[in-house]
Ligand binder design. Structure first.
Ligand SMILES: NC(=O)C1=CN([C@@H]2O[C@H](COP(=O)(O)OP(=O)(O)OC[C@H]3O[C@@H](n4cnc5c(N)ncnc54)[C@H](O)[C@@H]3O)[C@@H](O)[C@H]2O)C=CC1
Ligand SMILES: O=C([O-])CC(=O)C(=O)O
Length: 328
């Protein structure tokens, strides 16, 4: 029997990630090849005409799984009945800007959209925040949507995770699908810690295969940390196709489950695991089953890693304080 359609909200749908993401969702890449979807697309009034153009293209593409499109500049209409919300809308970082520069603009956006989701989304709606500063936008959304379970509010660090897989696969000359269990700890920013201590290729530890501790502890980490900035420098626009693809990976694994023996990185509400302060949205290694994520426990953390986990937690605590100061 055909499944009932799932309603998926994409905010900022007229932007460049939105343009890459909505066809992926309509093709079943996010929720599966047998899962019909109804797309809800939100953008702001100056982008209304462009948003309507995206809607026209979705009609023209004749996606068999696409059972309806809502394209609107009204947050209430956009949020009504949605089961999955991918929050891409916001004020993006431009070349030379730090995430903190865009904090206050995004805090007010996430506060008001949290209220719309809280009142109008389906019960148990799963939320993925992509827009930067992603972890802190997700935290603000959680604050102002108290009836959405905190386990349902996440942010995107899967792009960083995938970037780390890509770097290891290039270095070793192996298929990216053979690289497993890298971890992104912390903030989706240049303090994130891409960790390969527990990563494997064909079951063998990555550090043993790479045999270049110096690269793993410096060049690899900084390449992944700075990859977003490198793409902005090259394209004069932030990553869009890789961000859209990673957002699909994040939701698919969350809803459909992670493969046996594999974890992924998700920005989730910290419960104090690994001595990360509770009450931050922090990227951890997680496995997913039955639509729920669980932080992978009991991984060994050496002294080098400990410092990196703490540094990115400190930045998130500072961002949290800055975000709250923008609210008052
Ligand atoms: N977490 C991650 O891995 C990544 C995050 N990003 C972030 O994703 C966000 C979107 O990036 P792009 O698509 O390149 O930007 P963009 O500027 O092309 O698109 C953003 C869209 O959001 C819309 N928008 C602005 N305020 C809005 C509001 N209040 N409600 C609904 N829509 C609104 C804009 O009109 C625009 O259409 C940025 O914050 C960027 O920094 C980008 C790449 C990776
Ligand atoms: O740095 C940015 O603004 C875009 C981004 O988040 C990324 O590509 O990881």
């Amino acid at each position: 029997m055909a499944k009932d359609p799932v309603r998926v909200l994409v905010t900022g749908a007229a932007g460049q990630i939105g343009y890459a993401l909505v066809p992926m969702i309509a093709r079943g890449i996010m929720l599966g090849a047998d899962q019909p979807v109804i797309l809800h697309m939100l953008d702001i009034p100056p982008a209304a005409e462009a948003l309507n153009g995206v809607k026209m293209e979705l009609v023209d593409a004749a996606f068999p799984l696409l059972k309806g499109v809502v394209a609107t500049t009204d947050a209430v209409e956009a949020c009504t009945g949605v089961n999955v919300a991918v929050m891409v809308g916001g004020f993006p970082r431009k070349e030379g800007m730090e995430r903190k520069d865009v904090m206050s603009k995004n805090v007010s956006i996430y506060k008001s959209q949290a209220s719309a989701l809280e009142k109008h989304a389906a019960a148990n709606c799963k939320v993925l925040v992509v827009a930067n500063p992603a972890n802190t936008n997700a935290l603000i959304l959680k604050e102002f949507a108290p009836s959405i379970p905190e386990k349902n509010i996440t942010c995107l660090t899967r792009l960083d995770h995938n970037r780390a897989l890509g770097q290891i696969s290039e270095k070793l000359g192996v298929q990216v699908s053979d690289v497993k269990n890298v971890i992104i700890w912390g903030n989706h920013s240049s303090t994130q810690y891409p960790d390969v201590t527990h990563a494997t290729v064909g079951g063998k530890p990555v550090p043993e295969l790479i045999k270049d501790d110096e690269w793993l502890k410096s060049g690899f980490i900084s390449t992944v940390q700075q990859r977003g900035a490198a793409i902005i420098k090259a394209r004069k626009l932030s990553s869009a196709l890789s961000a859209a693809s990673s957002a699909c990976d994040h939701i698919r694994d969350w809803v459909c489950g992670t493969p046996e023996g594999t974890w992924v990185s998700m920005g989730v509400y910290s419960d104090g695991s690994y001595n990360v302060p509770a009450g931050l949205i922090y990227s951890f290694p997680v496995t997913c089953r039955n639509g729920e994520w669980t932080i992978v426990q009991d991984l060994s953390i050496d002294e080098f890693s400990r410092k990196k986990l703490d540094l990115t937690a400190e930045e998130l605590s500072e961002e949290k304080a800055l975000a709250y100061s923008c609210l008052s």
